[in-house]
Design a protein around this ligand. Structure first.
Ligand code: SF4
Ligand code: SF4
Ligand code: FES
Length: 347
């Protein structure tokens, strides 16, 4: 097949950027990485990019295609070339570019190291001459987080890191959850304290781009949600984000309504509420906010209370509730995929 693409080249010596077009004959099975190899071998040996395993394991070949992060060795070119599309390839976002498609991963690794990505079993010891035993149920909590290949695709797309480069970011926090959720680790509270830093879990804007772009299904945003839930469960709720989440639960439980007009006093305190009164009055005068709480409870409030009690009774607060949701979703997806496959086979 004929593959044409454009690549943003960057020369660190001159500081110049240039969009260059390449066209190459490649086998039908070629991935983006194979195409880059062909270009480098046959047309331009100065093209710089990273690669190693060629099979989605090492995480080296992260880059952007048409502005979205991909693993080059996972991206097949057959359909793209067949549709006559010429994709634009560029370096990943949110990391300094070294040359062409190569980014400086030092800031990425620094944040990973800050998570203390190693097991801290404390005084726990495995049985003599045995390894630690971890049940399947215990592994389920961190099964997705353990799939991370440190490629940086999630970091590349992270909204919060764009505005706050010091934010720990999705990859590091997913790594943090991998250890917070590990049944053998004895440093949960210390870890959660560190991850609740000013640039920690609550700085995430919940844009979900990290979940969308992660090539390994780690779903880093879900890992951050698990860290938030574990923090609240462990009483680490000093951040406004934690207070916000807690207030929503208590609001739904007491009256069945999300009483947003009480959100600011409950999350930011009285002084901040008084400071924001003028703004609130303006919103109210345009019918965009209520100033007084809803005086009655919702008709079906008992349903919300029952749900709350079930979660408590089953011990599904903290990360366990989110893991249960993930399992339910994957069961639904599996059932849908099976039904689709069976329908196709029946045709
Ligand atoms: S959901 Fe949060 S961590 Fe993920 S990309 Fe968006 S801001 Fe970043
Ligand atoms: S979470 Fe996904 S996208 Fe982010 S570094 Fe790990 S594998 Fe890559
Ligand atoms: S080359 Fe290893 S993940 Fe692509």
């Amino acid at each position: 097949m004929d593959v044409a693409l454009k690549i943003w080249r960057y020369d660190p010596e001159s500081g110049e950027r240039e969009l260059k077009r390449y066209e190459v004959d490649a086998p039908d099975w070629a991935t983006l990485l194979d195409v880059l190899d062909l270009i480098k071998d046959r047309m331009d040996g100065t093209l710089a990019y990273r690669k190693s395993c060629r099979m989605m394991i090492c995480g080296s070949c992260g880059m952007r295609m048409d502005g979205a992060a991909v693993l080059a060795c996972k991206t097949r070119m057959y359909e793209i070339a067949g549709a006559g599309h010429e994709p634009v390839i560029s370096a990943m976002g949110n990391l300094p570019i070294v040359k062409d498609l190569v980014v400086d991963m030092d800031p990425f690794w620094a944040k990973m190291r800050a998570m203390k990505p190693w097991l801290e079993p404390g005084y726990l010891e495995p049985e003599e001459e045995r390894e630690f035993r971890v049940s399947q149920a215990q592994m389920n909590v961190i099964q997705k987080e353990a799939l991370c290949v440190n490629c940086g695709c999630c970091v590349s797309e992270c909204n919060a890191m764009e505005s706050s480069p010091e934010f720990f970011g999705p990859a590091a926090l997913a790594k943090g959850m991998r250890f917070v959720g590990d049944a053998r680790d004895q440093q949960t509270v210390e870890r959660l304290e560190a991850y609740n830093d000013e640039h920690g879990i609550w700085e995430c804007t919940r844009c979900y781009f990290c979940n969308e772009r992660c090539p390994k299904g780690v779903d880093p945003r879900d890992a951050i949600a698990k860290l938030g839930a574990e923090s609240v469960k462990n009483g680490i709720d000093r951040d406004m984000g934690a207070k916000h989440a807690k207030w929503f639960v208590s609001s739904a439980k007491t009256t069945g309504w999300l009483r947003e007009e009480e959100l600011i006093p409950h999350t930011q305190g009285i002084v901040s509420t008084i400071r924001q009164m003028k703004f609130a009055m303006r919103l109210a005068s345009h019918g965009k906010a209520r100033l007084l709480p809803i005086p009655h409870t919702a008709k079906d409030v008992n349903e919300a209370r029952r749900l709350y009690n079930i979660v408590k009774q089953q011990g599904r607060d903290g990360a366990a509730g989110i893991v249960q949701g993930e399992k339910a979703l994957s069961r639904i997806e599996f059932a849908e995929e099976t039904a689709e496959r069976e329908a196709e086979e029946a045709e």
